[in-house]
Ligand binder design. Structure first.
Ligand code: HEM
Length: 444
């Protein structure tokens, strides 16, 4: 086969463009069509950007597997927990974790989340109304505490070091996941950095695990995810300490990174639209009526839920989904051969005007109007199919409770009117700190 010089250059430059400017690379593919073949060096790749085709790939866990370079890199970094695996290893782990998650993390966690949020706000109160607060920094600290309590049942002394190590790990891991050469075990300064951060996170999780195994009584009564998993005695999960570690790591990262990025974006959009903040604050005050937060409050916070959903539409924190074809298929007349890299993007599909009118507009109202008629897969902040985020509902509830608690106590306004750009690392964060002023209503 003769490849034109133009095509050869495009194939060679695709990984570099994806590495350097991933979002404009994806925009470019989306502009070319719904299903676009391209090459990543010598690997055939297919960009899929239509709801039914995305659904087809994500539903078929045998035909499309997590064997692409991204997931292989994530396994090197995170181990073989439910987040990173596929097939029977994945299924054995997903079932017990999903069960524990669904049964135990909703009701009891709401007052806890409300309480920890109030503690963060007490600190804001002390800082006063003129202080410039970096929302991202504050919500990351908050989510670190929430994750420690909900997943591990304790705010272990190492929470802070876990967060610091994670910040270093996140940036280096993103570079590695995008371009996994040289391998992780090479003695280069960058690889040393990611390994050191990982070691610190591991140490934190292993010491927690050892401590919990020494207190079997608490396992039986504890409501946190770790206690419940230990108490369930599930063989797949209890197989070895490293299986526990791999899963704890995935769950802690889930609660920490995605939740924090989503909340940071929420406050970016809400402070740019004071009328939206006004409605949120009014709703939160009417629902909470000055008392502590309760589980049933979530159902009354419909406008705030719309704000959270809209935030995850316009700024999906997971901005790309990858799989590798494991067998022959055909999508829209494009032949898929085993080994083809499949690329799908919540970012491009969420900003497609065919499914989302005025996609660049932050409009929570769209969630309160009639449900869109098109396939549900045009909204995929939590993925879709059997690998859909196992904590999606929990994540929404948690974000709603935190945002409403914040809005109920403070008038929160932007400290900078400068637009923020999208900064895709592993999750997509704003490219600058989102700073706010917070004026306590009690002080008014
Ligand atoms: C705003 C918050 C969150 C977002 C946007 C999010 C997004 C996602 C997405 C897109 C996937 C699917 C990845 C794929 O199919 O390639 C996923 C999977 C997963 N998420 Fe989340 N997530 C969030 C919060 C959480 C939380 C709080 C946890 C745990 C406590 C969590 C745990 C997981 C796990 C374990 C998986 C793997 C599921 C599987 O493969 O079976 N996530 N998440």
């Amino acid at each position: 086969m003769i490849i034109s010089a133009e095509k050869a250059v495009a194939a060679a430059s695709a990984p570099i463009r994806f590495l350097r400017e991933p979002l404009s690379f994806l925009d470019n593919l989306a502009a070319q069509g719904d299903v676009v073949p391209f090459s990543m060096l010598r690997t055939k790749a297919l960009f899929v950007n239509r709801p039914d085709a995305i659904r087809r790939v994500l539903m078929d866990t045998k035909g499309y597997v997590k064997e692409d370079p991204f997931w292989r890199a994530m396994r090197a970094l995170l181990g073989d927990g439910v987040t990173t695996t596929d097939g029977s290893i994945w299924a054995k782990q997903r079932r017990p974790i999903q069960r524990v998650f669904d049964a135990h993390s909703y009701e009891w966690s709401v007052p806890l989340i409300g309480d920890l949020t109030h503690q963060m706000l007490d600190e804001w109160e002390e800082r006063g109304p003129t202080a410039v607060l970096d929302v991202g920094e504050h919500v990351r600290a908050l989510n670190l505490r929430i994750g420690a309590r909900i997943i591990s049942g304790t705010e272990d002394a190492s929470s802070g070091s876990f967060g610091k190590a994670f910040e270093i790990w996140h940036q280096s891991a993103a570079d590695f996941a995008k371009f996994p050469f040289p391998p992780l075990n090479w003695p280069t300064p960058r690889r040393r950095k990611v390994r050191a951060a990982q070691k610190a996170m591991d140490a934190s999780l292993f010491s927690l695990l050892v401590e919990r195994l020494q207190r079997p009584q608490e396992q039986a009564t504890g409501v946190d995810v770790l206690s419940q998993l230990l108490a369930s005695g599930d063989k797949a999960i209890a197989a070895t300490p490293s299986v526990f570690r791999d899963n704890l790591m995935g769950l802690r990262l889930g609660t920490y990174e995605n939740q924090s990025a989503a909340l940071t974006w929420l406050w970016y959009w809400v402070t740019r639209n004071p009328e939206i903040f006004g409605r949120m604050a009014e709703e939160a005050r009417a629902v909470f009526r000055g008392r502590e937060v309760r589980a049933e409050d979530f159902h009354g916070l419909t406008y705030t839920t719309a704000v959270v959903r809209e935030t995850l539409r316009i700024c999906p924190t997971i901005w790309v989904l990858m799989r590798q074809a494991a067998r022959f298929d055909e999508i829209d007349g494009h032949r898929v051969t085993p080994g083809t890299l499949m690329l799908m993007s919540p970012y491009t599909i969420h900003r497609d005007a065919r499914y989302w009118p005025e996609p660049e507009r932050f409009d929570p109202e769209r969630w309160l109007r009639k449900k869109p008629e098109h396939d549900g897969v045009s909204y995929i902040p939590f993925g879709a199919g059997p690998h859909v985020c196992l904590a999606g509902n929990f994540a929404i509830q948690q974000l709603v409770v935190i945002a409403a608690t914040m809005a109920s106590r403070f008038d929160i306004t932007a400290a900078s009117s400068r637009p923020a750009g999208l900064h895709p690392i592993i999750s997509m964060r704003p490219d600058r700190p989102i700073t706010v002023h917070a004026r306590s209503r009690d002080a008014a």
